[in-house]
Ligand binder design. Structure first.
Ligand SMILES: NC(=O)c1ccc[n+]([C@@H]2O[C@H](COP(=O)([O-])OP(=O)(O)OC[C@H]3O[C@@H](n4cnc5c(N)ncnc54)[C@H](OP(=O)(O)O)[C@@H]3O)[C@@H](O)[C@H]2O)c1
Length: 272
C-alpha cells in the first residue's frame, strides 16, 4: 500500500538531501523540499514526480537567517501542509582557523545547523505527537562525536544536534514519534567542494546515495543513531574510547595527516 505521509526535507537540491528525497519518494511519500535555488528545486521535483508519481511541493528558503526560517514556516502554514516527517539536512561547512574565519559566515552556519532544526522541530513536532505518528531525521556527522579543529563551530553544531536528537527521542518515548540521527563521515557531494576540498572516491568516502539509503532504512526501523560505512564506524569507535584530551589530535591525525592534507595552522612551519 502507498504511504500517506508528508515528508519535509531541508536542503533537498543536492547531495544527501536529494538522495533522501528519492528514498522517501520510492515509499510513495508526498514531499516538501527546500533549498535556495528555485530552478534546481523545480527540476528535482519534476524528476521525482515523473519517476515516482508523488506529490512534490517546493519552497526556496534561506535557512542561514532567522528571517528565512520564519518565511519557510509561514509558507508551510499558508499551504496548510501537515508534516509527518521532518528531515533536518540543510547545511554547509566553513573551513579554516577560528581566529581568521568570517563571523558573518559563522553566524549563517550556526543558524542553518542549530536554529533551523530547532525552530522547525519546535513548530512541527506538536502536530506529530497529537497524531501519534511521524518523526524527525536529523543529519549529524561523525564530528557529532569529536571536536572538529579547523571546523570548530561546525563540529560544535553537529555535537549539539546529537545531544538534541537523543534528548528529544527519550522525551518522545511512547508517543509514536521517532527521532533518528544520521552521522555520516566524508560523503561525496557539493559539501566539500564548496569549501575548496578535493572530492575523490577513496576508502573512507561514501556516496550521497549510500549515506541516504542507510539513514532512510535506520529511520524506518526507528533507530536512534545511524553511522553509515565501516570507516565512519571505526572513527566513531575511536572517538568514544580515546581520552577526551586526545580527541583534537585524533582529528588532526585522521582528517589531515592520514589523508596527506595540510592543516591550516597559525604556527606555519613550526613542528606540530
Ligand atoms: N558531505 C559530507 O562529507 C558530510 C559529512 C557529514 C555530514 N554532512 C551533512 O550532510 C548534510 C547535507 O550535506 P551534503 O553533503 O548533501 O551537501 P550539499 O550537496 O552541499 O547539500 C547541502 C544542501 O543544503 C542546502 N543548504 C546549504 N546551505 C543552506 C542555507 N544557508 N539555507 C538553505 N539551504 C542550504 C543546499 O542548498 P543550496 O543548493 O541552495 O545551496 C543543499 O540542498 C549537511 O547537514 C552536512 O553538514 C555532510
Amino acid at each position: 500500500m502507498k504511504s500517506t505521509r508528508t515528508v519535509l526535507i531541508t536542503g533537498a537540491s543536492s547531495g544527501i538531501g536529494l538522495e533522501l528525497a528519492r528514498c522517501f519518494a520510492r515509499d510513495g511519500d508526498a514531499l516538501v523540499l527546500t533549498g535556495r535555488d528555485p530552478a534546481a528545486l523545480a527540476a528535482t521535483a519534476e524528476d521525482l514526480r515523473r519517476a515516482h508519481a508523488v506529490t512534490v511541493t517546493t519552497f526556496a528558503a534561506e535557512l542561514g537567517t532567522d528571517a528565512g526560517i520564519t518565511t519557510l514556516l509561514g509558507q508551510i502554514a499558508a499551504a496548510k501542509l501537515e508534516i509527518d516527517v521532518l528531515v533536518n539536512n540543510a547545511g554547509f561547512g566553513v573551513h579554516g582557523n577560528f581566529l581568521t574565519l568570517d563571523a558573518t559566515q559563522e553566524l549563517a552556519l550556526t543558524t542553518v545547523h542549530l536554529s533551523a532544526p530547532w525552530r522547525l522541530t519546535k513548530a512541527l513536532l506538536p502536530a506529530m505527537v497529537a497524531r501519534g505518528r511521524g518523526g524527525v531525521l536529523n543529519i549529524g556527522s561523525i564530528y557529532s562525536f569529536s571536536p572538529a579543529p579547523w571546523q570548530a563551530l561546525y563540529g560544535a553544531a553537529k555535537s549539539w544536534l546529537l545531544s538534541f536528537s537523543l534528548s528529544l527521542r527519550e522525551e518522545l518515548h511512547g508517543t509514536g514519534v521517532n527521532v533518528t540521527i544520521l552521522c555520516p563521515g566524508t560523503t561525496l557531494s557539493r559539501f566539500r567542494t564548496r569549501t575548496g576540498h578535493r572530492d575523490r572516491p577513496s576508502w573512507f568516502t561514501q556516496t550521497s546515495l549510500e549515506v541516504a539509503v542507510a539513514g532512510h532504512r535506520g529511520f524506518r526501523r526507528g533507530r536512534a543513531l545511524v553511522v553509515p560505512g565501516v570507516a565512519s564506524k571505526f572513527y566513531v569507535f575511536g572517538a568514544r574510547v580515546l581520552p577526551t584530551s586526545w580527541l583534537g589530535r585524533y582529528v588532526y591525525y585522521t582528517a589531515y595527516r592520514l589523508r596527506g592534507m595540510p592543516a591550516p595552522r597559525l604556527s606555519e612551519g613550526k613542528k606540530s
